[in-house]
Design a protein around this ligand. Structure first.
Ligand code: MN
Length: 258
């Protein structure tokens, strides 16, 4: 075995490296992105029992399930957005698997979001973070720590008012900076989607999706436990299901962290 992999195992076994689960539980109650009603919405997760050591299957327990690709903690592929529809290898089954592993840069805006649920990450904040922690490297996941995943009540999580959902996200200039100048893998967020709750009203609408996926980058939505990661030094493993032609998929996201 290579020394690096042997050391990795040794450090994991000794507990000097930890595996942190960045995934929210997937249940029929898992909150969903609310789109205006003229558009199709993603279905809730649905699960049904096939047998449980009974007459339907005496020695085994198993379930069937049905889900939207973008339900719960999930991966967004470039083909998800019209801006990424013609890019090569833009579906979950065609993304090179080495892109499922990358370093994490965790930007903490949780105190701003506590004061303003519509807070948007600005390029100034990214540059300020880089002054402290170094330039965001190509191939990194930028994870936006908002502590939003601590809202366990689905109503508070979606935070729907008369004029739509109010949840934090990125200013479009930040998405452009990360996609075009930093060449990141993508951005990961604790909210239900990688755009802010009010992003349907932005120009262009849903600018993070538009800019990221148009540049062949990915998204991770509905993450949790970002407060357990350091600003730099953790590695994210995020491998979507190999759905042929898929635009995304629910997945288990883990981080290896000191
Ligand atoms: Mn999505």
């Amino acid at each position: 075995m290579s020394l690096v992999l042997a050391t990795l195992l040794e450090e994991l076994t000794a507990g000097r490296l930890r595996v942190v689960d960045l995934t929210q539980p997937l249940t029929p109650q898992t909150p969903l992105l609310p789109l205006p009603s003229q558009w199709n919405n993603t279905p809730a997760f649905k699960i049904w029992e096939l047998s449980r050591y009974d007459e339907r299957g005496p020695a085994w327990y198993w379930n069937g399930f049905e889900t939207g690709e973008h339900t719960g903690t999930h991966f967004d592929a470039p083909v998800h957005w019209v801006s990424g529809k013609d890019l090569p290898d833009n579906t979950v089954d065609r993304i090179p698997p080495k892109k499922f592993v990358g370093p994490a840069c965790v930007i903490d805006i949780s105190s701003d979001v506590a004061r303003n649920p519509d807070f948007l990450l600005t390029p100034e904040r990214i540059r300020h973070w880089e002054e402290q922690h170094g330039l965001i490297p190509a191939g990194a996941w930028v994870l936006l720590r908002t502590d939003w995943s601590k809202r366990t009540d689905p109503k508070e999580y979606i935070n729907l008012k008369e004029n739509g959902s109010h949840t934090p996200g990125l200013a479009k200039e930040s998405s452009a900076l990360l996609a075009e100048e930093r060449d990141v893998l993508g951005v990961g967020v604790e909210t239900v989607g990688t755009d802010a709750g009010q992003a349907a009203t932005f120009d262009p609408p849903f600018p993070n999706h538009y800019l990221m996926h148009g540049s062949g980058k990915f998204g991770l939505a509905s993450l949790s436990n970002l407060d357990q990661l350091p600003p730099t030094g953790a590695i994210v493993i995020a491998a979507p299901l190999k759905i042929v032609g898929g635009s995304g998929s629910p997945l288990r996201v883990i981080a290896i962290t000191p």
